[in-house]
Design a protein around this ligand. Sequence first.
Ligand code: ATP
Ligand code: MG
Length: 380
Amino acid sequence: MRIFQNRAATAALFSPQDVLDQMPNSILLIDREMLSIVYANSAAEVALKVSQKNLIGYQMNDIFGDSPALDDLFHQFHTDGSTQRIDMVLGHGALRPDQKECLAYVILSGIEGSDLIVFEWFEIDQQMKSAREERLILQARANKELMRNLAHEIKNPLGGIRGAAQLLDYELPDPSLKEYTKVMIKEVDRLQTLVDRLLAPHKRKKEISELNIHEVLERVRSVVLAEFPTGLAITRFYDVSLPEIIGDKEVLIQALLNIVHNAAQILEDRRQLGDAKIQLQTSVSRNVTIGKKRFKLALNIHIIDNGPGIPSEIIDHIFLPLVSGRASGSGLGLTLAQSFIQMHGGFISVQSEPGNTDFHVQIPYTSLEYLNNSELRGEL
Ligand SMILES: Nc1ncnc2c1ncn2[C@@H]1O[C@H](COP(=O)(O)OP(=O)(O)OP(=O)(O)O)[C@@H](O)[C@H]1O
Ligand SMILES: [Mg+2]
């Protein structure tokens, strides 16, 4: 009896529309007779890049263009009345002329006792992207654990080696031999810095608060411009209406600084010519999937540079530790940046070609409770 009451209360809270809007797949409800759209869920609005208001009343070919495959699907559905499932290319009709085709898994089904047809689909590319992101997130976690343990193991004997090298340095009778002990001390110090960089983020106490992402970006911008004062322009396209995000400000500054700093370094030739450009963009997206988790709202930050692009042989691995294309690089900057953003439930992806490299940092709008939950605790 009690369970029944709770259920009734829950059902009263969520309308069928609310439920459809929570679904990860794109859904259109279609009038069986007129074949026009009567409803689009949030995922469909995002996938089609058209609001529900502007979809209602239109027909399938206005949205997906003339498609024999789509006609066949509806024909088959009307003929045998059973649910149809198929992989097909969804094109674009007059309502969204500039958009790309996509390969999708489509399900067409009826609702018993109603005149509505359910047209449901998910983009196969999107599905693969989610699976890939999820894999990378798990891989990054494993890497982080490995690097942290390795750093501890290396750190312990370093102090001893340095002390012994110093003692040896004092004791050596022949000054020309001191050159060797100097090399030992210098190399130990280099390793020490590397190890400290790996361990530092985990030593710091987390400080989570509401913060303005533009303040973070402005700080990053001024730090990078102070280091590279000539030949580089850092332009901003900020959406100033963005709500505040919850996170650790210093950690976010470090993550974004690592990305912008890389871009400024790689732009060396263009800086000398005086036309090096980095663009910082912000916006929001609704109903976003990061890895396998869905979020209602996410912040997008794009860091775009006009440099030579990421070499093809390293682009698939640049977030892995110790992968570097620079002679003096340690290959940790992007590993740490990815880890810092993932601590906020987000993800960094990259697209690159000569003249245009775009790092896309996506951070979901979450709550303090979310960042403190068991999965993220200890990581931030
Ligand atoms: N905007 C970019 N354009 C082209 N290549 C890039 C860009 N950003 C990063 N890279 C490549 O990715 C590599 C890895 O970057 P990462 O920041 O992880 O390490 P690093 O810069 O080499 O060393 P450090 O640990 O000092 O940051 C760089 O060495 C560079 O080759
Ligand atoms: Mg770097």
